[in-house]
Design a protein around this ligand. Structure first.
Ligand code: PEP
Length: 263
């Protein structure tokens, strides 16, 4: 079984102007610069990308966008393309966050194209999946996850699967303070990992890459609950919303990941 490097990603959502972003990264970098063996990324608004790439250059913090169009260029007013991100030195892109699915109509079909376009542009995609509270109550969590994972990865060749990061974010846990229990997080993430071994997701007949794909938990993660989540067998990191806006709290979450190689 291969080693999966823990991955801590912050999602700023629509927070911080460019000058606020610059002040934040200046305070964060010294706090995480000694951390080894953990991948750290910040997913920031488009207008912060340029200043963040400059400030984070040579550091151990990667800069990700929060969305991207799948086409290279074209008549898509207000959108940003993969080469636009790649050319300014962006490392990856968050795709299919539940807020984008729910508020902006993002579909699994569009996400399949985006995941594959990101890989083609040299950007690491973080594909978000997760069930609503009603789906969980109706015992439909696995059906929902199966659909989102299969569709979202349907255009990824199996030899590129290990370059995709999946974030399991139960919608009822996002921004609610209602974190999933350790058992709920482990169960859902081990289910997703089993899906990755499924021939419908990785049809090549080659080696099983599921043990090498990193799967994160997201939803009301804080410095207080991160350690327990990060120690779960199949949880390879966390995607942090609200708590990533504070440099001290985010660096405490990064510190909690040290020494927790997952596999
Ligand atoms: C998120 O935005 O992906 C998220 C998990 O938010 P929060 O940590 O605030 O619940």
């Amino acid at each position: 079984m291969g080693m999966r490097v823990p991955f801590i990603a912050g999602n700023w959502k629509m927070h911080k102007t460019a000058s606020e972003a610059e002040a934040h990264i200046e305070s964060l970098l010294p706090q995480v610069s000694d951390v080894h063996g953990v991948d750290v990324a910040l997913c920031v608004p488009f207008t912060d990308l340029h200043v963040m790439v400059g400030s984070a250059a040579g550091s151990n913090v990667a800069i990700y966008a929060q969305n991207m169009h799948e086409e290279q260029a074209g008549a898509f007013t207000g959108e940003i393309s993969p080469p636009m991100l790649a050319e300014i030195g962006i490392d990856g892109v968050l795709l299919g966050h539940s807020e984008r699915r729910r508020l902006f109509g993002e579909t699994d079909r569009a996400l399949a194209a985006k995941v594959s376009a990101a890989l083609d542009a040299g950007l690491r995609p973080i594909l978000c999946v997760g069930e609503t509270e009603a789906e969980r109550e109706a015992q439909e969590t696995e059906r929902r996850l199966r659909h989102q994972v299969r569709e979202g990865l349907s255009r990824v060749p199996s030899h590129r699967l290990a370059d995709v990061v999946i974030a399991y974010e139960p919608i009822w846990a996002i921004g609610t303070g209602n974190v999933a229990s350790a058992q709920q997080a482990q169960e859902a993430i081990s289910f997703i990992r089993a899906l990755l071994s499924d021939k419908a997701v990785a049809p090549s007949g080659g080696p099983d890459v599921a043990p090498t794909v990193r799967i994160l938990y997201g939803g009301s993660v804080t410095a207080g609950n991160a350690s327990e989540l990060l120690r779960l067998e199949d949880v390879d990191g966390v995607l942090v919303g609200g708590a990533s806006l504070d440099a001290d709290e985010f660096s405490a979450i990064v510190a909690a990941a040290v020494g927790t190689p997952e596999a």
